[in-house]
Design a protein around this ligand. Structure first.
Ligand SMILES: Cc1ncc(COP(=O)(O)O)c(C=O)c1O
Length: 344
C-alpha cells in the first residue's frame, strides 16, 4: 500500500537529480568562508530577495532566532502575532535565547492590523517599559490556514513598523508560496522588510536548511550569532547544493500544490466536511474534528491504517499539507479515506 504523507511539506524527499547534484557538489570549509556551493547559494538567495547578503542556517527556527539575536538586545520587546510560528512552535527561543520580551498581536487574518502596531509600541520613554525594537511578520501564515497575505496589506504593516523605528523581520518559511499565489516577484514582500528567513526544506523540496537574508552588517552579526549557538558548519556545500537546485527548479511548481489543496478542499466540502475556508489559501487545509468523533488520535490512526498520514495539529483541529511528493491522484484518494473514516 502506498503511504501518502500529508502531515507537512517538510516531509518531501530529495529527488534523484537533487541527490546527484549533492553528490557532486564542490565543497570547502564554510567557517573559513570557502565553501563554493554555500557561497553560491547565499549569493543567489540575496539576489532573489533583493538583499545585500545571506547565510545558510540549519533550519527555519535557527534563521528566525539568528534574526532576533542580530537585531535585538536582551530586555527589548518583540512584537509578533499570537498565532505565529515563532510564538507557538519555536520553543520560545526569542526569549529563552535572544532575551526578547514578546508582546502579542492579534493575527487572526494572517497579519496584525496596521492600527494595532502603534499602541503595542513600548519604546515610549516610559521607565516601566522595555523598548520595542522588532516586529516579526509571517507569510504565508501557517496556523491561520496557510494564508498568503496580500502584498498591499503586507506593505502597509511593514511600513508602519518602519515608521515606528522597528527592525521588521519576515518569517518567510513559505514566502515563495505567497509570491506564487499572488503572481508577484518575491521582492514585492522582501523589499518591505529588513530581514527575511525562508525555508529550503519545505515545499521547495531540499532535505534541510533555510536562508537568512539582510544587509551586509546584519548578516555579519548573524554569522557570529550562528557560530555562538553552534550552527556554523564545515563542508555544508553538500546540503547547500540541494538548496540552490531547489530554488532554481521548484518555485514555479508551488502553484500545483495550491491547486491540489484547492481540489482537496472542494472534495471534502462536497463530502460534508466543514473545512476552514480562509482567503488566499495556499497548500494547507484545516478542518475541525467532528464533535461526535471519539478522538483526534482514533481519526489519525484510522487514516494511517488506510495509507494516509495527516496531523492533529491542535486538539480537535486536523491539518493536511500538499507538496511536491503528493499528486492529484493522491489528493483524490486522501479525500476518499477521510470521508470513509469520518463516516464510521
Ligand atoms: C511559518 C514557519 N516558520 C518557521 C518554521 C520553522 O522551520 P524549521 O522546521 O525548519 O525549523 C516553520 C516550520 O514548519 C513554519 O511553518
Amino acid at each position: 500500500m502506498k503511504i501518502m504523507d500529508f502531515r507537512s511539506d517538510t516531509v518531501t524527499k530529495p529527488s534523484e537529480e537533487m541527490r546527484r547534484i549533492m553528490a557532486s557538489a564542490e565543497v570547502g570549509d564554510d567557517i573559513y568562508g570557502d565553501d563554493p556551493s554555500s557561497n553560491a547559494l547565499s549569493k543567489y538567495a540575496a539576489e532573489l530577495t533583493g538583499k545585500e547578503a545571506a547565510i545558510y542556517t540549519c533550519s527555519g527556527t535557527m534563521g528566525n532566532l539568528l534574526a532576533f539575536l542580530s537585531a535585538g538586545r536582551h530586555g527589548e520587546s518583540l512584537l509578533a502575532g499570537k498565532r505565529s510560528h515563532i510564538w507557538n512552535a519555536e520553543v520560545g527561543g526569542f526569549s529563552a535565547v535572544a532575551g526578547l520580551c514578546p508582546y502579542p498581536l492579534n493575527d487572526d487574518e494572517g497579519i496584525p492590523k496596521v492600527e494595532d502596531i502603534a499602541p503595542a509600541n513600548r519604546a515610549d520613554n516610559n521607565i516601566h517599559h522595555p523598548d520595542t525594537t522588532i516586529l516579526c511578520l509571517e507569510n504565508t501564515h501557517n496556523y491561520t490556514g496557510g494564508i498568503a497575505v496580500a502584498p498591499k496589506r503586507f506593505a502597509e504593516v511593514a511600513r508602519e513598523g518602519h515608521r515606528l523605528g522597528f527592525h521588521v523581520h519576515l518569517d518567510g518559511a513559505r514566502i515563495f508560496n505567497a509570491s506564487v499565489y499572488h503572481g508577484v516577484d518575491v521582492k514585492v514582500f522582501t523589499e518591505e522588510v529588513d530581514s527575511v528567513q525562508f525555508c529550503l526544506s519545505k515545499g521547495l523540496g531540499a532535505p534541510m536548511g533555510s536562508m537568512l537574508c539582510g544587509s551586509h552588517e546584519f548578516i555579519e552579526k548573524a554569522k557570529k550569532a550562528r557560530k555562538r549557538i553552534g550552527g556554523a558548519q564545515r563542508q555544508v556545500g553538500i546540503a547547500a547544493a540541494a538548496g540552490l537546485f531547489a530554488l532554481k527548479n521548484n518555485i514555479g511548481r508551488l502553484s500545483e500544490d495550491h491547486d491540489n489543496a484547492k481540489l482537496l478542499c472542494e472534495l471534502l466540502i462536497k463530502g460534508g466536511v466543514h473545512v476552514e475556508e480562509v482567503p488566499n489559501m495556499t497548500n494547507m487545509i484545516f478542518f475541525p474534528m467532528l464533535e461526535d468523533y471519539p478522538s483526534d488520535e482514533s481519526f489519525v490512526s484510522g487514516c494511517k491504517e488506510r495509507g494516509l498520514l495527516l496531523n492533529a495539529l491542535s486538539p480537535r483541529r486536523i491539518r493536511l499539507v500538499t507538496h511536491l511528493d503528493v499528486n492529484r491522484e493522491d489528493v483524490e484518494r486522501a479525500a476518499g479515506i477521510i470521508l470513509e473514516v469520518i463516516s464510521q
